[in-house]
Design a protein around this ligand. Structure first.
Ligand code: IMP
Ligand code: MG
Length: 187
């Protein structure tokens, strides 16, 4: 099947993503300016591999104060739609003790991944810890997570691909975000 045949519809167009990422960056710039972060040590942006990389690079290049970045990688054994056990595949290498940290995530679904990451990062005693996600998909939320910045809320329970999001490793490099046809997802 070609890519297009597997996609139901485009949910967020390339230009909409760019506009919203700019708005989020403006909001983050304003918030952190108020905390005088500029005069302190750089913010540590932590991206979740592998889905958050496009969002992370687009976002942090629009921040107007010093930023260091690192990545954390958590894998779940879930395939497609059923949540499973989480495993830390790569921890952060920058020491975040006493630092202001912003976690950048692609999508929040059940909430388990962000809750797990929050626990790992809090143990390292950051000065502050905030969460920024491009897409909040609350339909299947199982655990509460506080999100400081949300790009888009997608109310329908659809499986999204593109702009970093994958299905079985595919579709990450699409410049837009699309819903996968339900019949493509293996049970
Ligand atoms: P959670 O732990 O259920 O919140 O799931 C978070 C992770 O599941 C995300 O970081 C994604 O990797 C993946 N995920 C959840 N929903 C989708 C989706 O619609 N498309 C692609 N990946 C998803
Ligand atoms: Mg992810």
């Amino acid at each position: 099947m070609s890519t297009a045949a597997e996609l139901a519809k485009i949910v967020i167009a390339e230009r909409e993503i760019a506009e919203r990422v700019k708005q989020l960056a403006d909001q983050i710039n304003a918030d952190y300016k108020r905390t005088d972060l500029r005069t302190q040590t750089p913010l540590v942006a932590i991206g979740l591999l592998r889905g958050a990389i496009f969002f992370m690079t687009d976002l942090i290049r629009q921040l107007d104060f010093p930023v260091e970045y690192d990545f954390i990688w958590v894998s779940s054994y879930k395939y497609a739609s059923a949540p499973g056990k989480l495993e830390l595949l790569k921890d952060v290498e920058i020491s975040i003790e006493g630092r202001d940290v912003l976690v950048v995530e692609d999508i929040v679904d059940t909430g388990h991944t962000l809750r797990y990451i929050r626990g790992i990062l809090l143990k390292k005693r950051p000065a502050s810890l905030k969460f920024c996600c491009l897409i909040d998909k609350p339909a299947r939320r199982e655990v509460h997570v506080d999100l400081d910045y949300v790009g888009f809320t997608v109310k329908e329970n659809v499986f999204l691909v593109g702009y970093g999001l994958d299905y079985a490793g595919k579709f990450r490099n699409l410049p837009y975000i699309a819903a996968l046809k339900p019949e493509v997802i293996k049970g």
